[in-house]
Design a protein around this ligand. Sequence first.
Ligand SMILES: Nc1ncnc2c1ncn2[C@@H]1O[C@H](COP(=O)(O)OP(=O)(O)O)[C@@H](O)[C@H]1O
Ligand SMILES: [Mg+2]
Length: 492
Amino acid sequence: MNRLRTIHADAVLAFGPFHYYVQRRLILHGERPLRVGSRALEILHLLLEHAGSVVSKKTILARVWPTTVVEEINLRVHIAALRRVLADGKGGQRYIANIPQRGYSFVADVKLSEAAEAAPAGPSGGALHNLPGRLSPIIGRDAIVDELVRKMPARRLLTLVGPGGMGKTTVALRVAELVLPHYQDGVYFIDLSGLADPALVAAKVASTLGLALPGEGAWCGLDRYLLDRHLLLVLDNCEHLIESCAALVEGLLMRAPRVAILATSREPLLTEGECVQRLAALSIPTPLSTTEVALACSAVRLFVARVAAYRPGFVLREQDVAVVTAICRRLDGMPLALELAAAQVEVLGLRGLLGQLEHCLQLLIHGRRTAAPRHQSLRALLDWSYALLSPLEQTVLQRLAVFKVALSLDKAASFIACKQVDEAQVFEAITQLVAKSWLSVALIDSVVHYRLLNTSRAYALEKLGASDEYRQIQQRYARHRNMRVIQGHKLP
Ligand SMILES: Nc1ncnc2c1ncn2[C@@H]1O[C@H](COP(=O)(O)OP(=O)(O)O)[C@@H](O)[C@H]1O
Ligand SMILES: [Mg+2]
């Protein structure tokens, strides 16, 4: 057959009982998506690209582990996993053959069809989804994707919550692709980020479904349309329209019993039956890790992969592990920040980058031109989220930012409270900042502590610096430190 590389990205390849959706990197067995890890999928993709010929182990290793040297045993483990999920060898059907001394070959018949022909048709004859394809592999999210795929069919409302740039949309789209066959009437992705008017959420959903329903009256028509449909709506970026989204979701779940919703937001919708899943950062190595351990951490893999995109041939050298670890830590394992920082390595080098990250916001201003405006720079993303905070929450955030370390609620409240803001208000504001993913919660010696991401902290400090109370808060912080020195405590 033709090489996949010369085939349209929308292609679907059929082999045995399987269909492989090339752009979406999705394999269906009949209607059921196969769970295949990202590396195994990359190997299968490469073998399919060269179906019928032999691909050397060296080529596979270079393609699947471009930034590191790995043992051949890793390749064998992934090939074995692939064979297992494809039931290779059962009933005499072979897919992947080991050609001794030479490599591997995809040996089954592969037929090619275009997605437009192959995708099942919806009630109106259109495709049953509008999910965009992904151009680069997803790094380090297999476990959470797996968990959500398992949960989704039994849930009607799942909200993926986390700070901007943490990878919510990426994970939600992957989950949506994998559960697509479960929903008879399809899966629809609704990007709310560009929508400013809360009254138009229903109209936006309707127009994505191809319904021409007028602005604020869209509710009723949408209800009627969805009444007996079995579909999944992915509501992406709910935070700035949170009340309107919550009302829409609650109404739909009540009146359209077979509709399910996967939402992404900085804060939960707080509607009945909501299952909230917080999205953690990518994993970061501990200081003094070996190259191998560092590369087992997804933050490092993402950073290295993005640097390699600008500097072909870039690999993580042993002498750079500590610097890359520090960069990943400074950026809290946040994918967007790591991507933006990686773009600077060509100019600054790794050590220069780490030095400059002290002024991280100034540095992370060069995003991809094609990204949504909020994602073109971290600052734009933080500006957008900051504007959604109440004035009190903004004040509390700025005051908290003077602390480098995690703080307990009591300490935070006693530092932040003043004549105008009492402790109860501080508690409430901190609760809101946690809900809105500005603060993360950790248990230290069984006491709940609150911490800002480094990037958010730098941003909040900048806001404090520009505010009238900058001097006053600095003085209060200096007094607080002095008191702790006098009491013989370790300084924060
Ligand atoms: N696990 C991942 N692997 C590779 N790239 C990722 C991953 N998670 C996020 N990204 C990239 O990081 C950026 C921000 O991710 P996104 O999903 O848009 O975050 P959010 O929706 O939380 O704001 C995007 O460019 C996305 O492609
Ligand atoms: Mg998003």
